[in-house]
Design a protein around this ligand. Structure first.
Ligand code: MN
Length: 244
């Protein structure tokens, strides 16, 4: 896979970008992986796996899928140097991939299978990600760069109550006096629509306390939430209100 990072270096000027150009990290026993949230012109998540002395890399617009069976587009991009695994920061305007790079998850992986066509099956051991994913060079739309990233069912996985969708808003409790102590914070109680915002695969859905879908009613809020969330999969409890 490592074509001496020629493509990586061709796209970047070390005088203009803080991105690393070295692969000096001491090799741990297990190969490493990283997922970086990349707020480029189009927000995406980059999945990188240590293979043959470099980081094989895919840009995943919807983020790494969490639900077993779910498959998403993963655009195969140029290998990155190993030191990229710890890179966080801002790629300045005018440079390739300009925008903020943040580490979303990192860890090690087991290479379970490597196919003739380049397809890979890995078991990731991260902080957020734990389980099996397969990367398939599916040539979506005829483009060899367009792979699929698929979440597999993992028989060995410890059941974690599945993929939760049963969240409820935290409701206020009536009290005669304010609780005291350093563990308490206070905020203004805005009055609007109480919603749970579920971000799944980078898209937000807004649901009221009674389970009504409010996404179409507040499309700007849904779009802004998906962009503002620091994760492609999360649940946010909040109040939609207009300030005048
Ligand atoms: Mn990227």
């Amino acid at each position: 896979m490592a074509e001496e990072l020629r493509e990586y270096k061709r796209k970047r000027d070390p005088k203009q970008t803080p991105e690393p150009f070295t692969s000096a990290r001491t090799r741990s026993k297990a190969p490493i992986f990283v997922v970086q949230r990349h707020g480029a012109r189009r927000l995406h998540y980059d999945l990188r796996l240590e293979l043959d002395g470099a980081l094989a890399s895919w840009a995943v617009p919807k983020g790494v899928p969490l639900e077993p069976g779910r498959r998403v587009l993963a655009v195969h991009v140029e290998d990155h140097p190993l030191d990229y695994a710890t890179f966080e920061g801002e790629i300045p305007k005018g440079n390739y991939g300009a925008g903020i790079v943040e580490i979303w998850d990192h860890g090690t992986f087991d290479l379970l299978e490597e196919k003739q066509d380049g397809g890979l099956t890995v078991r990731l051991h991260g902080t957020r990600l734990e389980g099996i994913w397969t990367l398939v060079p599916a040539k979506l739309g005829g483009d060899p760069k367009n792979w699929l990233l698929i979440r597999k069912t993992d028989e060995q996985a410890v059941p974690q109550g599945g993929f939760r969708n049963d969240y409820r808003p935290m409701l206020a409790t009536l009290a005669d006096e304010l609780p005291k102590g350093a563990d308490w914070l206070y905020e203004i109680k805005w009055d609007g629509y109480r919603v749970l915002g579920s971000v799944r695969a980078g898209e937000a859905r807004l649901v009221s306390r009674n389970g009504n879908d409010l996404t179409a009613r507040f499309p700007d809020v849904a779009t802004a939430l998906a962009k503002a969330a620091r994760s492609p999969d999360c649940v946010v409890d909040g109040e939609v209100c207009a300030l005048d």
